[in-house]
Ligand binder design. Sequence first.
Ligand code: MIC
Ligand code: SF4
Length: 644
Amino acid sequence: MGMTLAQKILKNHLVSGEMVAGTEIGIKIDQTLTQDATGTMAYLEFEAMGVPRVKTERSVAYIDHNTLQSGFENADDHRFIGSVCKKHGIYFSRPGNGICHQVHLERFGIPGKTLIGSDSHTPTGGGIGMIAIGAGGMDVAVAMGGGTYYITCPKIVKVELTGKLQPWVAAKDVILEVLRRLSVKGGVGKIIEYCGEGVKTLSVPERATITNMGAELGATTSIFPSDETTRQFLKAQGREEDYTPLSADADAVYDEVVEINLSELVPLAACPHSPDNVKSVEEIGKLKIDQVCIGSCTNSSLLDMLKVAHILKGKTVHPDVSLSIAPGSKQVLNMLAENGALAIMIDAGARILESACGPCIGMGQSPNSGGISLRTFNRNFEGRSGTKDGQIYLVSPELAAASALTGYLTDPRELGDMPEFKLPEVFTINDNMVVPPVAEEDMDSVEVLRGPNIKPFPVSGPLMDTIEAKCSLKVGDNITTDHIMPAGAKILPLRSNIPKISEYCFAVCDEKFHDRALELGKSIVVGGSNYGQGSSREHAALAPLYLGVKAVIVKSFARIHMANLINAGILPMTFVNEADYDRIDQMDELVIENVIAQIQAGNTVKVTNKTKGFDFVVSVDLSDRQKEMLIAGGLLNYTREKNQ
Ligand code: MIC
Ligand code: SF4
């Protein structure tokens, strides 16, 4: 039986388990990436493991999230990360060099390799034929130390692309269409593999837009074949030697098939407050807008920026609209400056931001109260922009630029003829903002620089045999990590200080949660389905851990967050009978007796609601390795025990 491309790469890297969907497999990781908002923790964890030099083929640390530096905290983190990298064998992409996923695609991604990154949009690398997966910082630390990375062997969904995009319809519209059909839960436990005749009509940056936002499907990752287009991209990046042709076997068998005729797609937008709330521009109608933000790891490539410049040329941004543009990397910004596109943008009135995440993670450019903002980003969760009642629509750069000129949501097809936008034959290459590590024999000469905001991370104790705790919080469906541990300009600088950042834990849902949890000492959180969707931030597990959360009982989990809970030593449990969710209220007293024996004996656990006087059953559907890890009190304790 033939194999899919994802299966081939996974099989090549298989260290443990068998390629059976739904069972746990361990894979060897060739490359890792971190960014600064998750990086400090990841490197503190790496240090705690005591491995002197990374064992991967390439590990890169990017500084792109916390670049506002409104206090000393960010700069201290950057210095810490830079010095750890120098010592332990990691390449350090300095602030200003660009967004991790964009730069990694340009300069480091290699078809057929495995990459894990402490950022949920790591699947961007799937645009170049990698198996690229978002993970918690601790998993990345383990992989840097040469450890195996474990995932549930995913089902493979084939997205068969036919036809060709119409002028002004974009790669963003392809992924919005996939989201419209599959929803933010539709990809859980799956890899989305793009195939078919339509693939060759898409450039590598367009493919990367699609795989990037596959994260919003909850998918393990997404992948495109590596073909002639990939070769040309790598050649233009001066890396043709990294090219290998890769594709699925003709007789590969897929678990699901989705067919998309690119010729039939129209400009789309994800409406507030979910990436799968997708409507056509026509359906939404003539919406007056206040703000347009172009950039983020989804849509900040040179090609995107050239299209935007073309649309803005000789025009002026509408007087009621603020337009900001953040090119994705130093390479992109440099080339825009060289070819005059940057001058066109400035001339039209765009506010040029540095090559970083910026507004995408609420670092500036929060819209006005109730403001309507069109963004080329990938997430529009409530409050993420920094304005609680901001109305964020996710759109393509073409649609964003056209609308910035008219002041209302505008179908870019109204722009008329579209010229052919081509990637350059040669990109401007200058890796002078990537600092290589020192040679291994010199590592002792490098001092690791720590700032006062960098506090040790909390470590769980071994699993308690009886958990008797109150439900400190009950939340609904689709709770994102932006609810659990919000980001933004005020909170993001605290990423290296768990005691401090935990003051904001769940603040979006309930401002009193922090104090209540601390007062209770230990507690249990109850939630609905797709709990923990969104980012990879392990702070969404570490802050609850610090606040005494022992278990989380929900209808279903998002993949990365569930792994982060296990790594932190917090029990993730799901209702066997979802109706039991309705029978629990906040502050109910829940008791789980003989937890260790119960999880060792099987995959279900009995919980007693002492307040309401009934028992219910929850599922703890974990591998033996995960159970051992929970019993030991999380990944670090488990690794230490194993190494003894
Ligand atoms: C995001 O887009 O939510 C982030 C900020 O990039 C996160 C990582 C983080 O919280 O630091 C992600 O996607 O994993
Ligand atoms: Fe940065 Fe936004 Fe991409 Fe996250 S989604 S990595 S915040 S640009």
